[in-house]
Design a protein around this ligand. Structure first.
Ligand code: DX5
Ligand code: ZN
Length: 235
């Protein structure tokens, strides 16, 4: 199950990031996102090498898959993800995002993700230019623009990434491709506005949603705001 139909219809997607949930009660964190009306759940996989932090692995994805029916978007912050793609998809990943900055044959990995039945996505760190992913765009359903340096939740949104989002959206539009643009890092009720106006349509939010007084209200408010500001550049 994925949200391809929703985004094809121009709908906004809101994904709480499980990294910000209480790790003592992770299944509750999964249910909380589902109960809040989120469109899916974002899971951050860190290998202690591509980023300095360690987080979770395929067993946590499998737990989330047993716990909810909403789509699971799995963000691999790993230097060498090739040997793990199948495990994550078998564990229940509906979307599998790898980074462009890694070692190895990125197009081959993206094609493998698609062959294995998941939506392939490519991720860019804040300092990586839009042009770095132009060649792989035909192989992906999603692009993820990091709006913080990856590795930790709770950081500040980097505004300098906005021109890159705009450039990616207009390039995708000019090429007639159908690619969703995710933003991840420091997304809240303020920063979601410029991100949507720049052309992002999938929003990952950890701290702002899991620390919200009322997650269902915050999910709805984010979705409404993003819908108001979103610029698909179609016209
Ligand atoms: C950071 C992760 C993010 C993180 C976002 O490396 O990729 O998904 O959970 O957290 P917030 O929303 O707290 O910045
Ligand atoms: Zn992430």
């Amino acid at each position: 199950m994925d949200y391809a139909q929703q985004t094809a219809n121009g709908e906004i997607i809101i994904l709480p990031s499980l990294l910000a949930a209480d790790f003592g009660y992770l299944a509750d964190g999964v249910r909380q996102a589902d109960d809040a009306g989120a469109d899916g759940l974002h899971l951050d996989i860190m290998d202690g090498h591509f980023v300095p932090n360690l987080s979770m692995g395929p067993d946590v994805v499998a737990m989330a898959n047993r716990t909810t029916d909403i789509p699971l978007s799995v963000h691999l912050m790993m230097s060498k993800p090739a040997a793990y793609l199948e495990r994550f998809i078998k564990a229940g990943a509906d979307v599998l995002l790898i980074h462009i900055e890694i070692e190895g044959d990125v197009p081959a990995m993206l094609q493998q993700i698609r062959r294995l039945g998941a939506r392939p996505g490519i991720t860019l760190n804040p300092d990586t230019p839009a042009e770095a992913v132009f060649d792989v765009l035909p192989d992906v359903d999603e692009v993820l623009c990091m709006t913080v340096h990856p590795g930790y939740g709770g950081q500040h949104f980097i505004e300098g990434v906005l021109p890159k989002i705009r450039k990616l959206r207009s390039h995708i539009q000019a090429k007639g491709l159908c690619v969703d643009i995710n933003v991840d890092g420091g997304i809240d009720l303020q920063t979601i506005r410029p991100a949507a106006a720049a052309g992002a349509n999938v929003f990952v939010a950890g701290t702002s949603l899991y620390r919200a007084a009322n997650m269902p209200e915050s999910v709805a408010a984010m979705r409404a705001l993003a819908g108001q500001f979103y610029d698909s550049m179609k016209e």
